[in-house]
Design a protein around this ligand. Structure first.
Ligand code: GLC
Ligand code: MG
Length: 533
């Protein structure tokens, strides 16, 4: 059985922001194709593209009007076929984003569904009569603010939308919806794509009785509307696992394909999405690092909790940033972004990198008149503005950082003169060179890919752990502060060889395992294999 993702890292591309090839200030498929050498040189094994399908772009592609057509902004099917072919020729896999929870309101299905209560597609979406007082059927909130129910005057019912009102939720309890949507998966699998990241997969099935959600005792004004209530009945329903098993069966009919689920839930709920062996997603995205306090003891506990929770037939994974969350360098600063890179690439499980993190894109201010994110527009005071994590990739010192010949759709960073691939590739101490080196080391060292994980120590400053196979033992020591630190490692690391350091010239541990770690350094050691484990 091919399980290539046990060995490889995944690289997420937000297509609007990778490379523009036609001078409209927006990235496109041909742009991605031209930049494949960067991705291959980085050393990842797969690319995941955020949605590229026909869309009115109210939620920037997460509102799909045709699951089998490429949006003209990104190119056409010929561009896609060429990109897929060249991605494979470079030895890389290509994953697409599947958005099954909702369509655009411009999708043909919804247009039909909205025509009348008798329309054959009526039950493809979620329509309900008003509550006795004429208001929405229940208290469910939209993830982007306000009620999740939109009144339709023409047919006298509300429809449900977990996100924008232009993103009506599909009714996954309807077998016709299931089979039509699974056919879309087959369409792309037949073309040869290597798998999917499935958008908000834990949302697909809602409570059959549409009961009110209970209030969230921790909500206070200033927090997003979605947090007013616990999502007890609107998401994470037991029947969703049956739907996922059907998706998995479709995927498994093609060799070597990967199914990833986007799931924001606490660890104990998250791991249920591995399902029974062969029935869940291969990788329920593990987002714990996206919001975890940057504190060694806290991280150590979280890693242990996750390691224990992943079922025997499951394979772990880690994510540092994505298109919905603050960038890692914006959260922890550039020095710690390097430490974070080492953490991501040395933990057990498939790492997912987010484009632009390899050049350390950090804080970017988005002027009010350039805000695109529909969530930020709807809830300006409460939410992080997702545009900040979606700014264009910076390639060179050229105008517009080599991203486009025109002003890009979102601003570049102020420090783009130095923060670009060309400049950072010339500097051995750069974050880009660090990513390349770490991905290279991961390729070389079986223990970093498939070895077991064990915590060595966690104090106020340092997190240290080991990764072991029967033949090899690798230690990773991370100073997560701007203060020098000193630790004592177990005997098996006494005098250990330094395989790699973030800062040049790290000392080896002494014979009795003492090791000084400079602020922001991360050190990878070769311990004595076999003993003490
Ligand atoms: C997912 C996507 C996000 C999108 C939402 C609605 O969370 O990652 O970008 O807005 O789903 O599709
Ligand atoms: Mg373009």
């Amino acid at each position: 059985m091919t399980r290539w993702w046990h060995d490889e890292a995944i690289y997420q591309i937000y297509p609007r922001s990778f490379q523009d090839s036609d001078g409209d200030g927006v990235g496109d498929l041909e742009g991605i194709r031209r930049r494949l050498p960067h991705i291959a040189e980085l050393g990842v094994g797969a690319i995941w593209l955020s949605p590229i399908f026909l869309s009115p772009m109210r939620d920037y592609g997460y509102d799909i009007a045709d699951y089998r057509a490429i949006d003209p902004l990104f190119g056409d099917m010929e561009d896609f076929d060429r990109l897929l072919e060249e991605t494979h020729a470079q030895g890389l896999k290509l994953l697409l984003d599947f958005v099954p929870n909702h369509t655009s309101d411009e999708h043909e299905w919804f247009k039909e569904s909205a025509k009348s209560r008798e329309n054959p597609r009526r039950d493809w979406y979620i329509w309900k009569d008003p509550a006795p007082d004429g208001g929405p059927p229940n208290n469910w909130q939209s993830n982007f603010g306000g009620s999740a129910w939109e009144w339709d005057e023409a047919t006298g019912q509300y429809y449900y939308h977990a996100f924008l009102k232009s993103q009506p939720d599909l009714n996954w309890r309807n077998p016709a919806v299931r089979s039509a949507m699974l056919d879309h998966l087959r369409f792309w699998l037949d073309k040869g794509v290597d798998g999917f990241r499935v958008d908000v997969i834990w949302h697909l099935i809602k409570d059959a009785q549409f009961r009110d959600n209970p209030p969230n005792p921790d909500w206070h004004p200033g927090r997003p509307d979605i947090d007013r209530y616990l999502q007890t009945h609107s998401a994470d329903q037991p029947e969703v696992h049956g739907v996922i098993a059907e998706m998995r069966a479709v995927i498994d009919a093609y060799p070597g394909r990967l199914l990833i689920g986007e799931i924001y839930l606490p660890i104990e709920r998250l791991v249920t999405y591995y399902g029974e062996a062969g029935e869940g997603v291969h990788l329920p995205f593990n987002f714990q690092l996206l919001s975890a306090a940057w504190e060694p003891q806290h991280l150590a506990a979280l890693i242990d909790e996750y390691e224990e929770a992943v079922p025997g037939h499951g394979w772990p994974n880690w994510v540092l940033s994505n298109h919905d969350q603050p960038r890692i360098a914006a959260r922890v600063g550039e020095a710690q972004a390097k430490v974070a890179a080492m953490l991501l690439l040395t933990l057990r499980g498939t790492p997912t990198l987010y484009y632009g993190d390899e050049i350390g894109i950090g804080q970017v201010e988005i002027p009010a008149d350039r805000i695109h994110d529909p969530w930020a527009k709807q809830e300006p005071d409460t939410s992080f503005n997702r545009d900040k994590a979606r700014t264009p990739m910076q390639w060179s010192e050229a105008e517009h950082a080599g991203f486009s010949t025109q002003e890009p759709w979102l601003p570049l960073t102020d420090d783009r003169a130095g923060r670009n691939v060309a400049a950072l590739a010339r500097d051995n101490s750069s974050i880009l060179c660090l990513y390349r080196a770490l991905l290279g080391l991961r390729r070389q060292e079986e223990a970093l890919r498939t070895g077991s994980y064990r915590l060595l120590c966690a104090d106020e400053s340092v997190l240290a752990y080991e990764r072991c196979t029967a033949e090899s033992r690798i230690g990773v020591v991370l100073n997560m502060t701007d203060r020098p630190a000193e630790i004592v490692l177990p005997d098996r690391f006494g005098g250990a060889e330094v395989l790699f350091g973030i800062l040049p010239g790290a000392d080896r541990p002494s014979g009795d395992g003492r090791l000084s770690v400079r602020p922001g350094d991360g050190i990878i050691l070769r311990g004595k294999a076999g003993e003490g484990s």
